[in-house]
Design a protein around this ligand. Structure first.
Ligand code: HMG
Ligand code: MG
Length: 317
């Protein structure tokens, strides 16, 4: 069995809630984020500094960022919160939030970082961020420069790594080019987004092996961000793990989807990912039972079906 440990990036509060029909209250979002850190998750995406006209669900991100800075987590581990910032407007808004307050003995050190998000397909780039891929890279460059001057780590995303609903199949070389550009710009890691969950072990395996073996991209700087629309996400995570990838994005109860990718459903459920990894001999340092309870709770609050198989199975026991 595989050994060692992995990093899990919990994206439910961002990727999950950005796609909810109704607006989820700021209090609920904060409770979700705090409960997730309490279950041992160390990397939590907490919101997006994007246009509220484009994604109204994320309009309260400044309040969430402020709250999390003022109220350090009482989590068992240090936590990093991350926020999407597609342009300088987003970064400026992120930076204008009050700085974190010093921690007391029962509180944990925490940090925050930002993420920029590009696409491997032109059609989705236009739909999602209203510009071409080249224009988006041009906009990200000053964002990364400014963030790095301030010592803020920057994560990158590449969407539509397998197939785009607007442009059809994505050539692996295009994915590699965008990943390379983001790493060169200064992203410490790039997350590979199968945004609409169409990938299979065949297509995902071909892509990750091409990126790592043929294009010599460092596996330790790649992350798997697989949506579970076609039920392939866990097996695709296994393929990524076997190729050497050690960072996995997931969302509690499988919340999520992208508002600009029709029919796309949530990320691989955190419960399913933790169950799979631990069962395979890879340690996650996450309390599965607590995540299952959080998944059950948030599904109830949102009035939606719990999309985690493991969550549903363990709640029925
Ligand atoms: P635009 O309309 O081209 O932007 O949108 P603009 O620069 O022309 O500005 C238009 C208005 O938006 C102006 O306001 C700006 O101030 C405002 P107005 O003068 O009309 O009142 N504005 C902003 N307000 C707040 N924060 C900002 C901001 N920027 C401009 N940062 C833009 C371009 C990128 C802003 C827009 O397209 C946008 O916000 N897109 C975000 C889309 C999004 O959040 N998608 C979901 C996340 S990506 C995803 O889910 C995929 C991922 O999970 C990986 C995967 O699964 O593949 C990451
Ligand atoms: Mg996503």
């Amino acid at each position: 069995p595989a050994r060692g440990s992995v990093k899990i990036v919990e994206v439910g509060a961002r990727d999950g809630l950005q796609n909810e029909q109704g607006i989820v209250s700021t209090e609920t979002k904060i409770e979700l984020i705090e409960r997730l850190s309490g279950a041992g998750l160390r990397h939590i995406e907490a919101g997006s500094f994007v246009s509220p006209k484009w994604v109204p669900q994320m309009a309260d991100t400044p309040q969430i960022h402020t709250h999390l800075n003022r109220h350090p987590p009482t989590a068992p581990v240090p936590v990093t919160y991350s926020y999407l910032t597609p342009n300088m407007t987003g970064l400026t808004s992120y930076l204008s939030t009050p700085a974190p307050i010093p921690t007391t003995t029962n509180q944990q050190q925490h940090t925050s970082e930002i993420a920029i998000f590009a696409s491997a397909s032109e059609g989705f780039s236009k739909q999602n961020i209203n510009c071409t891929i080249a224009e988006s890279l041009g906009r990200f460059r000053p964002v990364v420069e400014r963030a790095r001057e301030q010592g803020i780590p920057v994560r990158g995303y590449v969407s539509m790594i397998i197939e785009c609903p607007y442009d059809g199949p994505t050539p692996p070389a295009k994915v590699a080019d965008v990943v390379e550009a983001l790493l060169k710009m200064g992203c410490y890691e790039v997350s590979l987004g199968d945004t609409n969950g169409v990938g299979t072990p065949g297509t995902i395996g071909t892509l990750v092996n091409y990126l790592i073996k043929d294009r010599k991209l460092p596996a330790e700087k790649l992350a798997a961000h697989f949506h579970d629309t076609y039920g392939q996400a866990i097996v695709n995570c296994l393929v990524a793990l076997e190729a050497g990838i050690r960072t996995f994005d997931s969302s509690v109860a499988g919340l999520g989807g992208c508002p600009y990718s029709k029919g796309a459903t949530g990320n691989v459920a955190t419960e399913d990912l933790v169950y799979f990894l631990e069962g395979t001999g890879v340690s996650t340092n996450v309390d599965l039972q607590k995540i299952v309870e959080i998944g059950d709770w948030i599904s109830g609050v949102l009035g939606r079906r719990n999309d985690s198989k493991v969550g549903t199975a363990l709640m029925a026991r």
